[in-house]
Design a binder for this molecule. Structure first.
Ligand SMILES: [Zn+2]
Ligand SMILES: [Zn+2]
Length: 96
């Protein structure tokens, strides 16, 4: 089950469960769309995988299975992230 983290790990933007701006990688590294597809160009700076839009948990389910309230805020070293992106950007996610 997804944790549904409350914020962007890089810029700290709020990303509540009902946000359509939340993107996650396979490890649920969570970023806003601008960071995931703009800054990191769809290469996760931690695991090099791709991002997809985080699914929204329906209201009945979020009552029973609440979203995480633990913020993960670890801004990435942009120079390192750029090297990582350049290494993987031309490789399709299913081949990384
Ligand atoms: Zn962000
Ligand atoms: Zn990742």
């Amino acid at each position: 089950m997804l944790e549904i983290r409350p914020n962007c790990e890089h810029c700290n933007k709020d990303l509540p469960n009902n946000s359509t701006d939340a993107m996650i990688c396979t490890f649920e590294c969570t970023y806003c769309k601008e960071c995931a597809t703009g800054v990191f160009e769809n290469v996760c700076p931690s695991c090099s995988g791709n991002f997809v839009q985080r699914p929204i948990r329906p209201s009945k389910m979020i009552e029973k299975y609440p979203a995480s309230t633990t913020k993960v805020f670890k801004p990435k070293d942009l120079e390192q992230a750029k090297i990582n992106t350049e290494k993987f950007i031309n490789i399709a996610p299913e081949k990384r």
